[in-house]
Design a protein around this ligand. Structure first.
Ligand code: UD1
Length: 431
């Protein structure tokens, strides 16, 4: 198992190319199950989660072809992958695969839509909380599927096909909204989704489905209307930039100081995150190619944030912002409202010298003058990168263990940081 070694104290200066969004790529890949024709996705990030989903889709009979690098591509250009689900050979998604990546549960909707039945393992718990799928199943029921839970599997059947319906989510759910969109796209009749997630990744999925012939209006707002169409066809779509990756590097720059251009991302995708960074004392400038983060000389001010569905402050940036606040000049309060157990990074940040106290769903961070390098352990995807951020500003050496969490969601993290002057390297266990 690899580790990442970071020597803190270097400023970051340079350009960081932003990859395609993991959280858009996954549902887009799953959408390929909805058509017999080829769906071509550009700008797919090279991530372990993408590789795992390819395995899961292959299990259902989806063929894929990864295009080679083309001359003139950006140095870290995403992949172009063709997905073809001409024949779905297996309607079951087994526990061994679904339990490794929750988003794979989303295959349920397109497989029922195409085949009239699907059997998908319940994903089980994960490090950041219980994360149930009740709203996803409710959405499928509203679209006419019959759902039964058998031996840890959700079994959904709709022998005569799905039909349109009204779906009102009691709470904003990204996965629920993806499921409803994919179920409703080819259902008989119209569907109305109320309290839909407004995340940019939902809009990206809807844009792609529309290119495939779906009739979806209102994606990106809380009310989405879908007029079911008989079938979908092939299309070509570019995965949108990863706002969480961009926000993470913005926090790296704010933490280490320096001047970094986040190449290829639009500030509108991560305004709440950028506002918080700006309030903390970094300068944020929108430029033609991306967003520039600068901090030279000035200290960090404490800023309170509360996570919320888009356009609020994303839960997926909460751990990273907490890392930044460990060095602020005063006390900040960080409140997590989306997932109940998303503070696993607190104990690890404490190993670097951070002062953080938990009070229910709020972390109270008392900024310290200096962090000190130490061995730490990654616990989940976003928590692990918060340790990297803290390490960039810590005195001496930090090693982060269990970096497979990072590899799930951050493409070429060490290379991107190193290109800006950070001292970061990957070492193999025992190396
Ligand atoms: C997605 C993202 C994840 C992000 C999260 C919130 C992907 C691959 N993952 O996860 O990175 O942190 O959105 O922005 O895109 N809930 C229920 N019942 C359900 C479904 C959800 O109670 O059936 C609850 C969850 O426990 C959580 C909240 O609703 O408290 C939001 O979860 P949801 O938006 O569904 O998260 P995911 O789609 O799993």
């Amino acid at each position: 198992m690899d580790r990442i070694r970071i020597i803190g104290g270097q400023k970051l200066n340079g350009v960081i190319p932003v990859s395609g969004a993991k959280n858009a790529a996954l549902p887009l890949m799953i959408a390929s199950l909805l058509t017999r024709e080829t769906l071509t996705l550009d700008n797919v990030p090279r991530l372990n989660d993408v590789g795992l989903l390819i395995r899961i889709l292959t299990n259902h009979g989806v063929d894929h072809m990864i295009a080679g690098k083309r001359p003139g591509d950006r140095p870290i250009a995403g992949q172009t992958i063709d997905f073809n689900a001409k024949n779905i050979v297996d309607t079951t998604a087994p526990y061994e695969l679904v339990s490794r990546m929750r988003a794979s549960f989303w295959v349920l909707a397109p497989i029922v839509a195409r085949m009239g039945e699907a059997k998908v393992s319940l994903p089980g718990g994960c490090a950041i909380g219980t994360r149930p799928v009740d709203y996803l199943l409710m959405a499928m029921e509203r679209l006419g599927a019959k759902i039964e839970i058998e031996n840890g599997y959700a079994v959904a059947t709709a022998p005569k096909g799905l039909r349109g319906g009204e779906i009102t989510f009691p709470k904003v759910t990204v996965g629920g909204t993806h499921t409803a969109l994919m179920g409703a796209a080819t259902a008989h009749g119209s569907t109305l989704i109320r309290n839909a997630a407004c995340e940019p990744e939902v809009r990206d999925l809807a844009d792609c489905l529309n290119k495939m012939g779906a009739k979806i209006r209102g994606a990106g707002t809380p009310e989405i209307e879908i007029e079911g169409v008989g079938s979908l066809h092939g299309a070509r779509h570019t995965v949108l930039p990863d706002r969480i990756e961009a926000g993470t590097y913005a926090m790296c720059a704010a933490m280490a100081g320096g001047d970094v251009l986040l190449d290829g991302v639009d500030a509108g995708l991560l305004q709440a995150g950028l506002d918080a960074i700006e309030s903390a004392g970094a300068k944020v400038t929108s430029e033609r190619d991306g967003v520039r983060i600068t901090r030279n000389g000035s200290g960090l001010a404490p800023v309170d944030v509360t996570t919320a569905p888009f356009p609020g402050f994303p839960t997926d940036l909460q751990a990273q912002f907490m890392a930044l606040m460990t060095r602020a000049d005063g006390v900040s309060r960080i409140t997590e409202t989306i997932f109940e157990n998303r503070f696993m990074h607190v104990q690890e940040l404490a190993r670097l010298g951070a002062h953080i106290r938990l009070d229910g769903e709020t972390a109270i961070v008392d900024g310290v003058k200096a962090l000190k390098g130490a061995p730490v352990m990654a616990t989940d995807l976003r928590a692990s990168v918060s340790l990297v951020i803290a390490a960039l500003a810590a005195e001496g050496e930090t090693t982060v263990r269990r970096v497979y969490h990072l590899d799930r969601g951050f493409e070429q993290l060490e290379q991107k940081l190193r290109a800006c002057g950070a001292q970061v390297e990957r070492i193999s266990e025992g190396g």
